[in-house]
Design a protein around this ligand. Structure first.
Ligand code: UT7
Length: 329
């Protein structure tokens, strides 16, 4: 028995910020941002929390599936920008949506959050612990970005992707394989210094900007290129897939150059890769479900397609999932 995605939707806040927004107050340029990252614009939520990004996507996802909210028995929220340390964002979402029969939890795996949570949700469904898992990948990155730092301000965006995970009646469809990795020695290159139990928030930590993202971009870039290639090539090999068998690579959208390098190592062409980093930047746990949802809406993602999801992020966390896509819009 396999688990499968039975519905998917996404939400992006309406306010669009072009690269010119940063040109107006930072020492940067549209040319630099486009050339080094592939990002043209991103969305920032002017108010609200991560749960407010999730709720409209979740409402749409559940409505598309046509099931009652009472049938959802678990909520997983993959995020690094929870509404609060506690209670979990899953609890906030449960209450806002009125999912009265659901338990749930948050999962922290940064940019690999969706891939880790998808594997977790599939395990819960395959083992019979849950029937319907509402899986949310969402981040309000604008709440932790240092907008005065040109090295990070231009990279991120806000957004949410939500899907339902249920049992597949056909075991050749749905979630067919996964490779997940965690290497904590990479934490030094991408983290938030303060605000946790290691260094609780204080006037001093705020004055030092330690409540923002810290990223050594060059090092993360290096590891991301190697890590994404390692897991994607491995998952192709052990599923006897050649490059022409891959309908879609759905990479985490952190940098256009990392995406291109991964596709090259897999031997696949640009036409086989979902890329929307130009429009939304890096929305962390939301990048992959937003891609899937958009490509499904556009009619480009079809039942029976071989889909490889790939991610790399803070931790370091990285991984690949092989899906045989199992739904039409
Ligand atoms: O999603 C989580 C995982 N994260 C990632 O995968 C991100 C991985 N890293 C990256 O995508 C890239 O390293 C960045 C986009 C963050 C940076 O690109 P880079 O090509 O690695 O640039 P760099 O950090 O080596 O900086 C090159 C130069 C520096 O100037 P100097 O020291 O050579 O004078 C930077 O200060 O570019 C400068 N720079 C900028 N210039 C204009 C950095 N940011 C900017 C900017 N505008 N926004």
């Amino acid at each position: 028995m396999t688990a499968t995605i039975t519905s998917i939707a996404h939400y992006l806040p309406p306010d669009v910020y072009d690269n010119s927004y940063f040109e107006s107050y930072l020492d940067t340029s549209n040319e630099w941002i486009l050339e080094r990252t592939g990002i043209h614009q991103r969305r920032f939520a002017k108010s609200g929390a991560t749960s407010d990004l999730i709720v409209p996507a979740a409402e749409q996802c559940i409505a598309k599936r046509g099931i009652s909210k009472d049938e959802i028995d678990c909520i997983i929220v993959a995020t690094v920008t929870p509404d609060h340390f506690f209670p979990s964002t899953a609890a906030v979402v449960q209450n806002k949506l009125g999912l009265k029969n659901a338990w749930g939890f948050d999962l922290s795996a940064a940019c690999s959050g969706f891939v880790f949570a998808l594997t977790t949700a599939a395990g819960l469904v395959e083992s019979g612990v849950c029937r319907n898992v509402l899986l949310c990948g969402a981040d309000k990155m604008s709440s932790i970005v240092n907008f005065q730092d040109r090295n990070q301000a231009i990279l991120f965006g806000d957004g949410a992707g939500v899907c339902l995970i249920e049992k597949s009646n056909d075991s050749s469809m749905g979630m067919l394989d996964h490779i997940l990795r965690l290497d904590g020695s990479g934490g030094q290159f991408l983290h938030m210094v303060a605000g946790g139990s290691f260094k609780p928030a204080s006037a001093e930590t705020v004055a030092n900007g330690e409540h923002y993202i810290y990223q050594d971009g060059k090092n993360v870039f290096k590891y991301a290129v190697v890590g994404m290639a390692e897991v994607t090539v491995e998952i192709m090999k052990r599923n006897n897939m050649k490059s022409e068998d891959v309908n879609w690579l759905v990479p985490h959208q952190a940098n256009h150059r990392i995406i291109t390098a991964t596709a090259e190592r897999m031997g696949i062409s640009r036409e086989q890769v979902m890329i929307n980093i130009d429009k939304y930047g890096n929305t962390t746990a939301a990048t992959i479900p937003i891609c899937l949802s958009e490509w499904l809406e556009k009619g480009l993602l079809k039942k029976g397609h071989n889909v490889i999801l790939a991610s790399f992020g803070a931790g370091f966390t990285w991984g690949a999932v092989y899906l045989k896509w199992n739904m039409n819009d």
